[in-house]
Design a protein around this ligand. Structure first.
Ligand code: F6P
Length: 546
């Protein structure tokens, strides 16, 4: 065991426990005592205005949380990350997604080599390729223009570009059809390709390792689909397949010319990669200039995280609030509720970012943790959620901290007749923040003439904490700002919990077992070591299989 004191034995931790035990805050009282808290507990970063005043905190809480951050050396680890040190200890890798958005003249070294020129070299190649697709200069095997782009990848090689494509739809070339295939269920590839013309379709095979079975299986099937549609000439593959990977050898072995490969590096984690070559489909859709605007947005928040003082450091504050609820209020989940249809895949993306990063139960040195780590992250666009699960947030028995995300102005395409709908949408966001925080007392309900027996049912206790993130408009830069905000929030929490936020060993066991079980399904092979329940399920599957 290391000499570092266990987190829960640190005096800064026990001070927070004492603070929590002595105090039963209600947001109604906190605001009554200090109406200025709305202004004092708002931080501005780039185009984001982040209001964290509707949290169960006082200045004392924030001071104690910041002492915990100091004691656990969050900023020390942050600086080590930005310097390119190998802070991903279990994989012995640097963690440098921030280098993906560094300016051309920055110097960031890994093992003595400046990686920034490589980053820009790949970005420039991506831009050249994206422009050729967008202009029609790059043609398919039969000389036809590419009109369809299908990204094949899974996890970080899918969720990022798929989410960002959706978020930035209003900025995309509407003449292009862009689809994302991830599931090894053949239905995904089938539905994505059934109405496409192979002569006009480009497949982007996105896989950091280029060994992921779902992606390789889908890419192999896509290759067969293409060749069947184009008369079987193998030379067609070079015009219709490109790869995004760190593994040139495997790309070549698959049959994709490495001249058509856009690389990234082992210091980019899969869930931190959509601003690398993994974003090629997005760059084709929105164009290189918009992609670069998005990178600028990431950088605004990187610089803020690196330089802002602790008391005004947005990722630090959001990370600390998550620790406050998860470790001192036993909150198990965290809801992310965007008030934007374009952000419909945003929370799914954050699920991987947060849960694959901080879903850990051993510390960096391998010792078990004695405290809660990452929350279950969930949510869907807010207005739809209001008519589904908000009931439980308002009147259920669980504490669910939530982020409400909205935009002051709709995107340009919606500024005509649909503008009034935007005001209604945002009215819902503001109303929910207020209702969750302040609720409705029994007296207020009675004053409305509600019969006594209904009063308990129609009372809202309130006191449900929310952060409101308000941005001027949904732009590529704002998307970059939002993603970097959450990336660094996740970082802060992993640092405090003393876990490695950059490995993902927990997904390995299932992968290995699936490979072992498959022959039992297809060939009836005997799989030693299956437990009785799984063995019976496999036998039933074999019996019913057509
Ligand atoms: O789910 C495990 C994982 O390794 C993710 O971290 C990663 O984003 C995903 O699989 C896909 O991996 P690859 O890009 O290597 O195909």
């Amino acid at each position: 065991m290391s000499d570092t004191p266990q987190l829960t034995r640190r005096p800064e931790w026990t001070a927070l426990e004492d603070h929590r035990a002595q105090w039963q805050p209600h947001l109604r009282e906190l605001f009554a005592d200090d109406p200025s808290r709305a202004e004092r507990y708002t931080v501005r970063v780039g185009d984001l205005r982040i209001d964290y005043s509707k949290h169960l905190i006082t200045d004392e809480t924030l001071a104690l949380l910041q002492e915990l951050a100091t004691a656990t050396d969050v900023f020390g680890l942050r600086d080590a990350m930005f310097r390119g040190e190998r802070i991903n200890v279990t994989e012995n890798r640097a963690v440098l997604h921030t280098a993906l958005r560094a300016p051309r003249d920055a110097v960031i070294e890994v093992d003595g080599e400046n990686v920034v020129p490589q980053v820009h070299e790949v970005l420039d190649r991506m831009a050249g390729f994206a422009d050729r697709i967008r202009s029609g200069e790059w043609t398919g095997h039969t000389g036809r223009r590419i009109r369809n782009v299908v990204n094949i990848g899974i996890g970080g090689s899918d969720l990022g570009p798929a989410m960002a494509y959706e978020v930035l739809r209003a900025y995309t070339d509407r003449e292009l059809t862009v689809r994302f295939v991830s599931n090894v269920d053949g239905a995904d590839l089938h539905e994505a390709t059934r109405d496409l013309d192979p002569a006009e379709t480009l497949f982007i095979v996105a896989s950091k390792t280029f060994t992921t079975i779902e992606t390789i299986t889908n890419a192999t099937s896509a290759r067969s689909w293409l060749l069947a549609g184009l008369g079987g000439d193998e030379k067609a593959v070079a015009r219709h397949f490109v790869a995004l990977s760190t593994n040139a050898e495997k790309v070549a072995a698959f049959g994709i010319d490495t001249a058509n490969m856009f690389e990234f590096w082992d210091w980019v984690g899969g869930r931190y990669s959509y601003d690398s070559a993994i974003g090629l489909s997005l760059m084709i859709a929105i164009g290189p200039d918009r992609f670069r605007e998005m990178l600028d947005g990431f950088r605004i928040v990187d610089d803020h995280f690196r330089n802002a003082p602790a008391e005004a450091n947005a990722p630090l504050l959001l990370g600390l609030l998550g620790v406050w609820y998860g470790n001192f209020f036993d909150a198990q989940t965290h809801a992310v509720l965007p008030y934007s249809h374009y952000l419909s895949k945003f929370t799914a993306y954050l699920q991987q970012l947060d849960m694959e990063s901080n879903g850990k139960s051993v510390q960096r040195d391998g010792e078990p943790v004695q405290w809660q780590t990452g929350p279950v992250v969930w949510g869907t666009p807010g207005t739809n959620g209001q008519h589904a699960y908000y009931q439980l947030i308002h009147q259920g028995t669980k504490l669910i901290p939530a982020d409400l995300i909205g935009f002051v102005n709709p995107v340009a395409e919606l500024r005509g007749e649909l503008k009034a709908q935007h005001d209604l949408l945002m009215a819902n966001l503001f109303a929910q923040g207020q209702a969750l925080a302040f609720g409705k007392t029994a007296e207020e309900v009675r004053a409305e003439g509600v019969p006594e027996e209904q009063v308990p049912h129609r009372t809202f206790h309130g006191n449900h904490p929310t952060t409101t993130v308000l941005a001027t408009e949904l732009t590529p830069s704002v998307l970059g700002q939002l993603i970097a905000l959450y990336e660094h929030k996740v970082f802060v929490q992993g640092a405090i919990w003393n876990i490695d936020s950059f490995d993902q060993w927990g997904v390995e066991l299932g992968k290995v077992l699936a490979k072992r079980v498959e022959p039992a399904l297809t060939e009836g092979a005997d799989v030693p070591g299956l437990d009785p329940s799984t063995a019976a399920l496999v036998a039933a599957y074999r019996t019913l299989r057509k």
